[in-house]
Design a protein around this ligand. Structure first.
Ligand code: NAD
Length: 448
């Protein structure tokens, strides 16, 4: 079901009417397509305090090929009225609440001039467990970023990226992602990177060349989009879905030059059959298959509870454990699981679904450091919010409208937004991204 309201507010009468009535005015979001530049204008590199990573960060930003400037004056010169399309504010040196004044001083003069659909990435470090002044200052950045995300408007997004000052190079794939249209529906997120060194990238346009990826639940919806984006990025893709999806699965796989694997992921021998289908092993494993069987707890029979927990959580645990133990997932591999904002905020009628999705978050956080240490594999999760799919088209009109508008971007996301996030996790250059749960929800009002 198309978002007619979004189209209406994009017309002159629509803009006039919605402004007069004080209704939301969502800005159409720019997604990535071939030939799209990462940013449609200059990138401002600003610094609060005496950062120790300035030089390394400048070199990294220069390597992205973006038009980077560290001088605010340039955009204020009338002969160069270019608005910045992105701002990276290095706040890693902010170690006291007083130092936060530097954040205000850096962003206050430029935030209004940010181009529509612009990107703000604030760089911080992990709040210290030993220094409560540093912890206060760095945690303050989180509240700052989440508030700016809510007020900035015009399709712009704001994130906090906590880097390890020893591992600036590991931030490149994440900065490229967050500054680009690929992250159009992500805002108000806090992402924390480890110091792990990234694998070298031969071609940023095909980062998954030579890699094999398996996507569960890939016949349609978000999974089909994930398969398509991974194939676009160069991966050989295997699309797994239940045998009942027959033609739909075959059509999706054929269109991508992918292999169809009809298999119920809850089958006892699912991991063995996956391993048999990829004799040379796997680089990327995407657990996307998921079901809902909504009822309030008082009305929920045990079978509705059990099936949701089995598909959404147990099968993910079983296949992940078995494929890691068998060495099917290569070193340098990536596991991406699918949570949901329902698993963070909870949802009426979804005790089973929210429990399963919260379980995914627990799995990801606990397994990530061990999988990296023992297998050289990262484990992350996407947590989609309201995504325009057949599932959400079936939601009654008023609830659907509320779901669409109750986020900072005032609209639903698209399957491709979840797919781009998965593709960023999957990149060989994303070794430092581990144990993260990234919400693709336009900064939904539900949950953190
Ligand atoms: P969808 O129902 O369109 O697609 C899910 C796919 O998983 C289907 O093709 C289905 O056949 C497959 N599947 C179900 N059980 C399976 C099994 N036992 N083995 C193998 N495949 C199985 O759903 P979607 O909207 O594309 O959602 C994809 C994922 O994203 C799910 O995990 C869902 O919970 C999650 N999610 C979706 C939204 C949203 O707004 N659409 C929001 C949050 C989370």
């Amino acid at each position: 079901m198309a978002d007619r309201y979004l189209h209406f507010t994009g017309t002159a009468p629509g803009r006039f009417l919605t402004r007069r009535l004080g209704l939301p005015q969502p800005a159409p979001l720019r997604r990535w397509s071939p030939g799209t530049p990462t940013l449609d204008g200059p990138l401002l590199h600003l610094t609060a305090g005496d950062s120790t990573v300035t030089e390394e960060l400048s070199a990294l930003l220069a390597a992205t090929g973006l038009d980077v400037t560290e001088r605010v004056e340039r955009i204020e010169r009338p002969e160069r009225p270019e608005r910045p399309a992105g701002i990276v504010l290095d706040a890693t040196a902010v170690v006291t609440p007083g130092g936060l004044a530097g954040v205000h001083a850096a962003l206050h003069p430029v935030v209004r001039s940010l181009a529509p659909g612009g990107r703000v990435v604030v760089l911080g470090v992990r709040p210290s467990a030993d220094d409560h002044h540093q912890a206060a200052a760095q945690q303050a950045l989180e509240g700052f970023v989440r508030s700016l995300g809510k007020e900035i408007g015009r399709g712009a997004t704001v994130q906090l990226l906590r880097i390890d000052p020893e591992g600036v190079a590991g931030a490149e794939s994440t900065l490229r992602f967050l500054l680009s249209p690929r992250s159009a529906y992500i805002s108000g997120q806090v992402i924390e990177l480890t110091a792990a060194a990234p694998a070298p990238v031969a071609d940023w346009a095909a980062p998954l060349a030579g890699r094999t990826a398996l996507v569960t639940g890939a016949a349609r919806g978000i999974g089909a989009s994930v398969a398509s984006v991974l194939a676009r990025d160069g991966a050989r893709v295997i699309c797994l879905d239940v045998p009942q999806t027959g033609d739909e699965l075959a059509r999706t796989a054929d269109a991508l030059g992918a292999t169809a694997l009809p298999l119920d992921i809850t089958a006892d021998d699912a991991a063995q059959r996956i391993a048999a289908a990829v004799p040379d092993g796997l680089d990327v494993l995407v657990h996307n298959a998921g079901i809902t069987r909504d009822r309030r707890l008082a009305n929920m029979p045990a079978d509705r509870w059990a099936s949701v927990l089995d598909v959404n959580l147990d099968s993910v645990l079983r296949t992940t454990d078995a494929l890691l133990a068998a060495g099917t997932v290569h070193r340098g591999g990536r596991i991406v699981a699918t949570a949901s904002i329902a698993g963070i905020a909870g949802n009426n009628g979804q005790t089973n679904y929210a429990a399963s999705k919260a379980g995914i978050i627990g799995l990801v956080r606990a397994l990530a450091p061990r999988a990296a240490a023992d297998h050289g594999v990262t484990v992350n999760a996407v947590a989609p919010g309201f995504i325009e799919t057949k599932m959400t088209a079936a939601v009654p009109l008023l609830i659907r409208e509320a779901g669409r508008r109750m986020n900072s971007l005032g609209q639903g996301g698209l399957p491709v937004d979840v797919a781009e996030t998965t593709a960023w996790f999957a990149q060989p250059a994303s070794t430092a991204v581990n144990g993260q749960v990234v919400r693709v929800c336009g900064q939904s009002l539900l949950g953190a």
